[in-house]
Design a protein. Structure first.
Length: 428
């Protein structure tokens, strides 16, 4: 028998098809049930008596990690909400979720007032002290209201640094950073079962790196502060958080910072957890980072009228090499590889040589196409995505480009043919 319900309306309705409910724990998200979204954007999920209280996540699109929101289910009340793809979540009923939303809104407004005071360079110090007093009273008031609720974990963890007296903007900003994690309990299973710790990490690492000139150094410093703050967290939680941060740095092409996370923290965590897959992924990324010697591989190439076996590391024909992974069945490749050929025609073999690795399921179509690119060094990559050369370069899409110097060090990894041509134009 149904005990409680979660009802909602998505808008615009045509963008949504299903609402999937998960129970979130520190290590996994457990599927509970799902409901179809009707033509008006409405859905209703029934919760029976076996559904326990805690943190829940509603997923509304793929990829799941990007399209979701968290709610609290206390096993005492129904939940009603609306969700708009642009304006976000609004709780209509559920005292605990509304309390959480009210807290976030109130503290956001107070923070906005503080920021405005400093931005306007006001000299009315008593006004700022009054705002701090309001913030202190609001924090205590919400903590009192949230006693014996799941929401209290988040409200206490979010408790900000609040000065007793007037502080200059620089001093206040410095103290905010120093005390950012003071009230965050990384051992709390409730916090671990939500996006809170991740959001806290991301806001600190990216939000307080104000020196754009020394960006990497700032990120590394902030990462060290964060890791010190979560020193008592279980290894599995450290792994989850730092992998997410590592992936963000990787996706932003901040390779030095990503490898710093790996070398300083994640590799040791992966070894302690005997996580071979993570360890291999970190190592692979590092081995194909800019500045590293490219992974070596053997191939056959023409020398006069004969063919000889050689290795990438043994080539001594040009100042620069382009290793491109492509496929004869890849639409993007069929568009970009001819452009690469035309670009290479404007260069001498002493300037640039192209090593084109064809990731293929069978050689026949690939072989016939290689004749269209006589100036390339062609390498057959049997097995397509399960090819050793491609795997050693971490190739997950074609075409993929690696630009190497004469010593075969990776000096650039352009994302497409335009970026590749642009790179060489900048070298002039």
């Amino acid at each position: 028998m149904a005990q409680h319900t979660i009802k909602g309306v998505f808008s615009p309705p045509e963008e949504f098809r299903v609402a999937v409910l998960y129970k979130v724990t520190p290590t996994i998200s457990e599927y509970i049930t799902h409901a179809q979204v009707d033509e008006k954007g409405r859905f209703e999920i029934s919760l029976d008596s076996t559904v326990t209280k805690g943190m829940y996540r509603i997923v509304y699109a793929i990829p799941e990690e990007d399209y979701n929101f968290d709610i609290i289910y206390n096993k005492k009340e129904d939940i009603s909400l609306t969700f708009n793809s642009e304006t976000g979540l609004k709780i209509l009923s559920s005292s605990e979720n509304k309390l959480m939303a009210s807290y976030n809104n109130s503290m956001s407004m107070i923070t906005h007032s503080i920021n405005n005071f400093y931005r306007e360079k006001s000299k009315d110090t008593t006004a700022l002290v009054s705002i701090f007093k309001t913030q202190r009273e609001a924090q205590k008031g919400f903590e009192d209201l949230a006693k014996n609720t799941i929401a209290l974990h988040f409200i206490k963890a979010n408790r900000p640094y609040i000065p007793e007296h007037y502080e200059e903007a620089e001093t206040y900003s410095k103290n905010l950073r120093i005390h950012y994690f003071d009230h965050v309990n990384f051992t709390s299973k409730t916090l671990q079962s939500s996006n809170f710790l991740n959001e806290r990490m991301v806001n600190y690492v990216f939000g307080t790196a104000v020196d754009s000139i020394n960006r990497d150094a700032n990120y590394k410093k902030n990462i060290n502060v964060f890791c010190k703050a979560m020193k008592n967290a279980p290894l599995e939680i450290k792994r989850t958080l730092l992998v997410d941060l590592w992936e963000q740095m990787r996706d932003l092409n901040y390779e030095k910072v990503a490898n710093y996370i790996s070398d300083t923290y994640l590799i040791d965590i992966a070894k302690s957890l005997n996580d071979k897959e993570l360890l291999e992924g970190l190592t692979l990324y590092k081995n194909t980072s800019i500045g590293r010697v490219a992974p070596d591989f053997s191939f056959e190439m023409k020398k006069g009228n004969s063919k000889v076996n050689t290795k990438l590391s043994e080539l001594a024909e040009a100042k620069t090499y382009i290793v491109v992974f492509w496929s004869s069945t890849c639409g993007h490749c069929l568009d970009e590889i001819p452009q690469l050929r035309d670009f290479i025609k404007t260069k001498t073999k002493e300037e640039i040589r192209v090593i084109a690795v064809g990731l293929e399921d069978e050689p026949y179509n690939w072989k016939s196409m290689t004749y269209d690119y006589p100036n390339f060094i062609h390498v057959y990559g049997a097995g397509h995505w399960d090819n050793e050369i491609g795997n050693n370069y971490g190739v997950t899409a074609t075409p993929s480009y690696f630009i190497l110097d004469a010593e075969k060090r990776i000096i650039a990894k352009p994302e497409d043919i335009d970026a590749l041509i642009g790179y060489f134009k900048l070298q002039k």
